[in-house]
Design a protein around this ligand. Structure first.
Ligand code: GLN
Length: 358
């Protein structure tokens, strides 16, 4: 890691440790929670100054802006139309301070980044054992849409972060109708993001017309009683969920809510019981990057989740969420520039969970 990046002079002064107490925020914040909410947020202040954090986000953006490796997803035709050059980087702290660079207000489809949040909703409704017993939490080591994985791991649906497990997760959300199920998910995402999110209809229609593979997953699950609503209904709600539009900033708030123990730092509202947060982060650590989860853990050492819309959120418990958005993906379906930008920030700030912070 140390050899991979040269330390730029403007961040040499960045303090690499995060300690209790710390600096007050400066005027450089792009957005902050209302003062009354900030007073209720229990997360400690980040000891790196606001201007240094902003400089680091700018630097991560500048450093990888020129990278054009990979290609936007095209198996969902509408995704190929998203401008490939978009690139945004955001940090949202567990206290609700926001630092951004680039295209952080462009709504892109959340895609698989939705998966851990729906798993969280199921935990909130039914407890975390329900996810372990009815879906499973083992990483597959295979691609996110691997039919083989769904077939060879028969006792569970594999885990909630690959397509089959995510469709099973959606099927577990308690509701009387598919519409109510989707609205329950959307409402949960609204509370996580402190925003009013909407479906990008063109992405939904495009994926709904081409999601035969996901329908196959649902039928394989149904054949062994591992899906918990009508299978095609589950696929449809899942497809809608994947088409929800978020900006990098909004995704940052969703991640910051996890970083803040389940309390949204912008609203002060508890969205998820604190006891479920480590469960959600554990599955993100083990399977958030699909068949690249091992390499991601090896380099970044943080729970993270990617999506084929180009978004990635990484969570530093108690401290912050780091988000990247850039549509060009590698072979595993993970955004190239987002991965690099988050790794860069993580490395600079010494955030790897397995490190001593020194
Ligand atoms: N909606 C996409 C699918 O089901 C999500 C995949 C992803 O983001 N990796 O294929």
């Amino acid at each position: 890691m140390t050899n991979r990046f040269k330390l730029a002079p403007q961040v040499i002064g960045v303090v690499l440790l995060f300690v209790l107490g710390g600096c007050a925020a400066s005027a450089e914040h792009v957005a902050s929670p209302p003062a009354a909410v900030a007073a209720n947020v229990s997360a400690p202040a980040v000891s790196v100054s606001a201007s240094d954090l902003q400089a680091l986000v700018n630097e991560a953006h500048a450093q990888f802006k020129g990278v054009t490796d990979g290609a936007p997803a095209d198996y969902i035709p509408e995704l190929a139309k998203v401008p490939a050059d978009l690139f945004g980087v955001a940090i949202v702290t567990a206290r609700g301070e926001v630092y951004t660079a680039g295209d952080v207000d462009y709504p892109f489809s959340i895609q698989s980044v939705s998966k851990p949040f729906t798993a969280a909703l199921v935990m909130q409704q039914q407890g975390s054992d329900a996810i372990a017993q009815k879906i499973g939490v083992e990483p597959t080591g295979l691609k996110f849409n691997s039919i083989l994985a769904t077939q060879i791991i028969p006792q569970v649906s594999v885990n909630p972060l690959v397509n089959s497990g995510a469709i099973a997760s959606v099927s577990m959300v308690q509701a009387k109708t598919a519409k109510e199920r989707f609205n329950t998910i959307l409402d949960f995402f609204d509370r996580l993001s402190a925003a009013k999110l909407t479906v990008i209809e063109d992405v939904y229609k495009s994926e709904a017309a081409t999601n035969q593979r996901n329908r196959a997953h649902a039928y394989i699950l149904a054949a062994s009683d591992r899906i918990y609503s009508d299978p095609m209904e589950a696929v449809d709600v899942y497809t809608r969920q994947c088409s929800i539009g978020v900006t990098a900033k909004q995704l940052g708030v969703m991640g910051a809510t996890l970083a803040n123990g389940g309390v949204n730092p912008m609203t002060g509202q508890r969205v998820l019981d604190a006891k479920y947060v480590p469960r959600v982060l554990a599955i993100m650590m083990m399977a958030g990057f699909y068949n690249e989860s091992g390499m991601w853990a090896y380099t970044a050492g943080l729970p993270g989740k990617t999506g084929v819309g180009g978004g990635i959120v990484a969570v530093v418990p108690g401290k912050m969420a780091i988000v990247g958005f850039s549509p060009r993906l590698n072979d595993a379906g993970n955004s190239v520039r987002s991965t690099k930008a988050i790794e860069y920030i993580t490395d600079r700030l010494g955030l790897n969970l397995f490190g001593s912070g020194k």
